[in-house]
Ligand binder design. Sequence first.
Ligand code: SF4
Ligand code: SF4
Length: 100
Amino acid sequence: MTTLQPGLVDEVRQDASFNASACMNCGICTAICPMGLDHLPREIFRYVLLGMKDEVLVHQETVFSCLLCKLCEVNCPAGVHITENVRALRHYFDRNVFGV
Ligand code: SF4
Ligand code: SF4
């Protein structure tokens, strides 16, 4: 069973920028990602906004597989700052999983 954590987005954006609420779930980012990351960005970002911490944590490998190439970001019609969000997620993993 998934435990919801309403303040998760505030935890993720603690020392970085995180904003994905404009995402329209159009799928352009998924279609053009050279790494074929089908869970990033739109799915994992949505989990953050919904407070679905467990679903975020199981996608650690995906979050760290992103090349930060911005191909998705420059083609995003909603102007979502995808790579900044990925960096925020990496910091979140650093604090909560790796203890850095
Ligand atoms: S391209 Fe932008 S708006 Fe479309 S799904 Fe990806 S993040 Fe959301
Ligand atoms: S920034 Fe990451 S998610 Fe976006 S296209 Fe590049 S590898 Fe894929």
